[in-house]
Write a protein that binds this ligand. Structure first.
Ligand code: GUN
Length: 294
């Protein structure tokens, strides 16, 4: 029997529905939550992600703005835009889409966003608050992974979780969330990465395996044990002569083969992606609540 499908679209819809009451409550206090995205350059994937975030905001009745800067924009230009959005009371959430072009420092960009508007949860202060278990915002993709686990009946509590990938956006903050002494966390976490020896020895021990290293179909069936729960964070484009566009999106997991051994598995697309957007909207609503006197 193949493992259950963890349906990120359905779970993201549930999360979004749960936000509606809070958005209505804010409306009674005269606040429409507003999200501003800054897009630097022409990267097609980044452009698509920002467009999807804008569309999702609109569907929920949130205000949203996209600030587009040319690929050769200076760091100063970006920081000036961030300052302008920091000062605008209609803007409750600001995100700077990554990756950024090489002339712009990621650290300078994320540190310039007002921590109270940092709905990506990338500002060093907010990262630190997550680490000590007092989050102001939930890091969107890691929080989406946790929601997928909890709402599919696969709590990480007391489980061995192996995370593949140590990025600042996924691997590190996810490890911080899952290791907290808290309901829905409490896992024993291993973070494996490009310098890990005997990688498969780690992955085969996992009750829950999270693949987030950005290598198409890297995790194969021989690397997991029977009954594993797999969350695939990867989004990779690979050539596909049968597709109209000539390419298609796959995750970091060899989905069909791994599913045969898994208890449950999230697909790509339709797994973590929709959750990241739902958690971003949730953070924007939270930012608006924090900025609105009761
Ligand atoms: N690039 C890849 N993932 C993300 C994300 O969650 N937020 C932003 N701003 N950029 C990204």
């Amino acid at each position: 029997m193949p493992g259950d499908l963890i349906d990120g679209k359905k779970i993201a819809d549930d999360v979004r529905s749960e936000l509606k009451g809070r958005i209505a409550e804010l409306a009674t206090r005269g606040t429409v939550p507003g999200l501003a995205a800054i897009l630097v350059g022409e990267d097609p994937a980044s452009r698509l992600y920002v467009k999807m975030k804008g569309k999702a905001s609109e569907e929920m009745g949130l205000a949203h703005w996209t600030v587009e800067l040319p690929a050769d924009a200076s760091e100063r230009r970006l920081l000036d835009e961030i300052d302008r959005l920091n000062a605008d009371p209609k803007v409750h959430g600001i995100l700077v889409q990554q990756p950024l072009p090489p002339q712009i420092g990621v650290d300078a960009a994320v540190s310039s966003v007002d921590p109270d508007k940092d709905v990506d949860c990338f500002h060093p202060t907010n990262v630190g608050l997550v680490l000590i278990g007092r989050p102001r915002f939930a890091p969107a993709t890691p929080a989406g992974v946790v929601e997928l686990l909890l709402r599919s009946g696969n709590s990480p509590d007391r489980k061995d979780v192996v995370i593949l990938g140590r990025s600042n956006i996924v691997g590190k903050p996810l490890a911080a969330l899952l290791m907290q002494k808290a309901r829905g966390a409490n896992a024993t976490v291993t973070v494996a990465h490009s310098a890990t020896r005997e990688l498969a020895a780690h992955t085969r021990r996992a009750d829950i395996l999270v693949a987030a290293m950005g290598s198409p179909r890297f995790v194969t069936a021989d690397m997991v044990r029977d009954g594993v729960v797999v969350i695939d964070v990867g989004i990779n484009r690979i050539p596909d002569p049968k597709a109209k566009s000539g390419s298609r999106t796959v995750g970091d997991v060899d989905f069909d083969a791994v599913r045969r051994k898994a208890k449950a598995i999230s697909p790509v697309p339709g797994g973590v992606g929709p959750m990241t957007i739902a958690m971003l909207l949730s953070n924007t609503v939270r930012a608006a609540e924090m900025a609105t006197p009761s």
